[in-house]
Design a protein around this ligand. Structure first.
Ligand code: SF4
Ligand code: SF4
Length: 348
């Protein structure tokens, strides 16, 4: 693994923007910070724990047209909207939990039903993560197998030090970015400095949930979990607003809809959410997940059973966003604790 020192993130940003690279990074938006396109180095802010959104929308947009159809006297004309070239993009300042979330999405979208829209954008994108030196009470990455300096899903990992960053090239793409801008990088300082920088936040992060999440997974494997009465209590406050799924770096459900009129129409791929009541509504009117407890059961089974079993990656990376965003204070860690108790793990 190549290591180096970067003195100025601003200069890297400036160089990338001057070269016409599309750069996305943490940017202030009113009272919050979001991952957004950056127009100048001044748009970048380093003052954030986790941006309000996840970076998935730059690889898997909220809404995109995948096909256009036209019909006239000459017949039907279909136009596939998959591009040959997506713009070279660097997502800078990605938190390690979010980078790990992208690694999970990679498995989903490159799997049995490969999604070329995602895969081509992913191929054109370089992920430059920045290790966390701060966390808040909702962060629990170390309980899901990650950490504030976890390189999974990143191409380049920067760890802030006094007077610069300790740089690690995690992939060939990361090495290429390093080599392509060699003038901006110096020799790597001692690795011990980087380890010391993240030691403080490691000691502050919740580490008590790893066993709880594992016990919850065991509970979900038990067929009796399907009809367990706990789902009623766990989901009773939930409003089905779907916010938790939209901010989640690993949630990936979408719907395909046709819009327009005869003669000119488009087929769109739009984000959807398993927490919406119409998500599983059949044309017949039957809905196998007609009530919120059933939808909550699905969300937990997806994250803690289906993801690890089908794709062997985490379905939850412990970013804490779903807790921060929920308008009624639903907390995934409390729900996990309740499920773990059901599996026989005392959580007191
Ligand atoms: S954000 Fe909260 S209220 Fe909205 S769907 Fe998720 S758990 Fe329910
Ligand atoms: S389930 Fe919640 S804590 Fe886990 S990755 Fe998704 S938003 Fe983050």
């Amino acid at each position: 693994m190549k290591e180096a020192k970067l003195e100025s993130l601003e200069r890297l940003l400036e160089t990338l923007l001057a070269a016409g690279v599309r750069v996305v990074g943490p940017r202030r938006d009113g009272g919050r910070v979001v991952y957004a396109e950056l127009d100048s180095p001044a748009d970048y802010t380093a003052d954030y724990i986790a941006p309000a959104n996840s970076p998935k929308e730059f690889l898997f947009p909220k809404s995109e047209t995948i096909l256009e159809a036209a019909y006239d006297a000459a017949g039907v004309k279909l136009e596939d909207k998959l591009d040959d070239d997506y713009p070279a993009t660097v997502i800078l300042g990605v938190r390690p939990c979010d980078a790990r979330g992208l690694a999970s999405l990679d498995e989903v979208f490159a799997g049995e039903y490969a999604d070329e829209f995602y895969l081509r954008r992913r191929a054109a994108t370089t992920i430059v993560a920045v290790s966390c030196l701060r966390c808040d009470a909702d962060c629990f990455c170390t309980s899901t197998g990650g950490g504030p300096d976890d390189p999974a899903g990143s191409d380049l990992l920067l760890t802030p030090l006094k007077g610069g960053y300790f740089v690690e090239a995690v992939t060939e793409k990361g090495s290429a970015l390093l080599d392509g801008h060699a003038g901006l990088f110096d020799d790597a300082p001692q690795r011990a400095l980087r380890d010391r920088a993240v030691a403080g936040v490691k000691s502050e992060l919740r580490a008590d949930l790893a066993e709880t999440a594992e016990a919850a997974r065991r509970f979900l494997q038990n067929p009796a979990a399907y009809d367990d009465e706990r789902w009623e209590r766990l989901a009773y406050r939930c409003l089905s607003c779907g916010a938790c799924t939209f901010v989640c770096p690993t949630c990936h459900c979408y719907d395909i809809v046709d819009e327009g009129k005869a003669g000119a129409s488009r087929r769109k791929k739009n984000w959807d959410a398993c927490q919406f009541d119409h998500f599983t509504l059949h044309a017949s009117g039957h809905n196998p997940r007609s009530r919120q407890p059933l939808r909550w059961r699905n969300r937990f089974a997806c994250k803690f059973k289906i993801y690890p079993e089908r794709w062997e990656v985490p379905g939850c990376v412990g970013c804490g966003r779903c807790i921060r965003v929920c308008p009624v204070g639903q907390d995934i860690t409390e729900a996990l604790a309740a499920l773990a108790t059901a599996a026989g793990k005392p959580t007191g």
